[in-house]
Design a protein around this ligand. Sequence first.
Ligand code: HEC
Ligand code: HEC
Ligand code: HEC
Ligand code: HEC
Ligand code: HEC
Ligand code: HEC
Ligand code: HEC
Ligand code: HEC
Ligand code: HEC
Ligand code: HEC
Length: 318
Amino acid sequence: MRVRAFIAGVCASLAAMFAANAAAQQPAPSAASAQICATCHQEYVNTFEKGPHAARGAKGTPAALNAECAACHGDVSAHLKDPTKAKPPMTFARTQPAGEQNAVCLKCHQQARQLTFWDSGKHGLNDVTCGSCHSIHGKGTAPRIGPFVTTQRALEYQTCNTCHAQVRGQILKASHHPIIEGKVACSDCHNPHGALSPKMLKSESVNDQCLSCHADKRGPFVFQHPAVQENCLSCHQPHGSVHNNLLNEKVPNLCQDCHDWSRHPGTIYSGNQGFPQPGTASTGGASNTRFIARSCLNCHNAIHGSNAPANRGKFLTR
Ligand code: HEC
Ligand code: HEC
Ligand code: HEC
Ligand code: HEC
Ligand code: HEC
Ligand code: HEC
Ligand code: HEC
Ligand code: HEC
Ligand code: HEC
Ligand code: HEC
């Protein structure tokens, strides 16, 4: 019995192999086989038909549709012969190596400008697959959402943050870029397909990135604040912060990371280096009322640079 079953099995797989070879020479399945492809996977055909891959193909004939299925799932002839015995060579299951899955997509999409640095990008290098972010068939029968049909979710960031838990925490802080509000997307600043810049930013440098939206901070100003020219992130967080205006820490501590007590105004909490208050000795230890609220910014309000003449501009006080 066993031997017979074994022989039968070998015959069947040989037959499948020959069928596969035949199909390799002539990739488009016949019209007859094409009907059944949809009969068994109606759901997947339905969701597929709503997407850009089907829309671009020869719409209408099932044969053309099935050839399109084969464009991603590979040679389906063995599978069509006996679906329970042989799956299509590419099922995009987790067990299939990320590189092989991505190669299928890159076969057609390699030329896309924004995929140029996929191979050197952090995602490509860390076995993230195209399917981690893109849904070809949607989830179950649910239609796919968004102009790029990029995700199964309402907003892009939700897809990103299934993996980036740390960023999920950051964008929920009191001061944040309006990402959860849907006004700014992760991909406004990052190219998820990889980039030459640090952290896969879309612009060459952090400042270029920020200034692409916050053009008023670009200058040039008559009086620059060198820290601003150097890197916005010396003072700001890109995703979210517990301090106002996405600041790294509260003012005056922020300023005093770079400006020490040896020049005006000293260490404000000590009392003896600050602006003397009326009625208090400079060594008196009274706290300085000028440092409440916006603190240093009460006077130095043109913190990103100033065009005001003379001292007001020079000291960023207007
Ligand atoms: C006669 C019904 C039938 C036809 C026709 C058929 N399939 Fe399947 N297909 C199945 C069954 C049943 C399975 C599940 C096999 C398993 O789980 O072992 C399957 C599995 C698959 C899988 C893998 C799913 C998984 O669980 O890993 C893919 C992809 C697939 N089929 C694509 C296709 C494509 C593309 C076509 C048309 C070219 C096609 N199938 C034609 C019945 C069919
Ligand atoms: C552009 C590439 C692409 C094309 C074309 C394509 N698929 Fe898929 N298919 C995928 C990917 C990626 C997955 C796995 C993830 C998902 O569901 O989106 C998948 C999953 C499937 C599965 C389920 C696999 C599983 O593990 O459960 C079936 C069945 C299937 N496709 C059938 C089809 C049929 C039928 C067609 C033609 C109408 C087709 N696919 C066309 C990329 C494609
Ligand atoms: C046979 C070639 C081919 C293969 C293989 C292929 N695609 Fe496409 N894809 C296309 C074409 C053609 C378009 C439509 C392009 C357009 O509209 O400019 C497209 C569009 C897209 C889009 C943009 C959708 C939109 O709404 O603009 C995404 C995302 C995409 N494909 C992802 C994938 C992924 C992920 C895979 C692998 C699972 C894949 N593609 C495999 C040919 C292919
Ligand atoms: C980390 C998530 C992520 C991964 C992984 C990913 N993409 Fe994308 N993809 C996106 C996002 C987000 C967009 C929309 C970008 C935008 O709006 O600028 C997009 C857009 C696209 C587009 C449409 C581009 C256009 O200009 O219309 C194509 C095509 C595409 N991706 C293909 C791929 C392919 C192929 C892979 C795998 C090699 C892949 N993507 C991997 C997130 C991802
Ligand atoms: C306003 C622009 C902007 C937006 C929007 C944005 N980022 Fe960033 N992100 C940056 C900058 C700038 C850095 C570089 C930080 C650095 O160099 O320390 C960064 C760094 C990162 C890093 C690397 C962190 C590390 O410590 O290495 C990840 C991961 C990341 N962002 C993911 C995301 C995700 C996910 C989203 C959407 C929820 C997102 N970003 C939205 C600008 C942005
Ligand atoms: C499937 C999980 C996954 C998803 C989804 C995902 N990422 Fe990533 N991402 C990773 C991994 C893994 C790394 C590499 C982590 C590392 O190097 O520490 C990474 C790294 C990054 C980095 C840091 C790059 C660097 O140079 O350090 C950025 C920025 C980033 N991802 C943005 C995004 C954005 C934007 C999205 C959504 C469009 C996204 N990611 C979706 C897994 C994911
Ligand atoms: C895609 C456009 C875009 C980019 C790029 C961008 N921002 Fe923003 N930024 C916004 C929007 C939109 C707001 C919200 C404005 C509002 O609420 O009036 C904002 C708000 C801010 C705020 C005020 C936050 C608050 O709590 O009120 C700061 C500070 C800021 N951005 C700094 C940066 C820095 C630093 C970068 C570079 C890492 C950057 N932005 C890049 C669009 C952008
Ligand atoms: C020396 C520290 C510092 C640097 C560097 C810096 N900022 Fe700021 N930024 C601040 C402070 C402090 C505030 C709060 C100002 C206030 O409350 O009046 C602020 C506020 C902002 C705001 C929101 C309020 C507004 O004026 O629109 C934006 C947007 C902003 N910064 C963008 C940037 C960009 C873009 C860069 C890089 C080109 C940058 N910042 C570099 C300290 C800095
Ligand atoms: C990352 C370091 C850094 C941070 C943080 C920083 N600054 Fe500066 N700041 C500088 C440098 C460098 C100069 C140029 C000093 C020079 O030309 O002698 C400067 C110049 C100034 C000047 C003009 C002084 C002069 O002599 O021309 C003022 C005023 C000033 N900063 C105020 C502030 C305030 C207020 C804050 C906090 C909101 C702050 N700075 C945060 C680095 C920083
Ligand atoms: C009451 C208004 C006021 C406050 C508050 C204030 N400053 Fe000033 N600051 C000035 C004026 C006015 C000048 C110009 C002094 C001069 O003409 O010599 C100045 C000058 C400076 C200079 C340049 C000093 C030099 O010798 O070149 C720096 C740096 C500076 N301030 C930083 C700060 C920091 C940091 C804080 C918060 C801890 C702060 N200031 C708070 C009014 C103020």
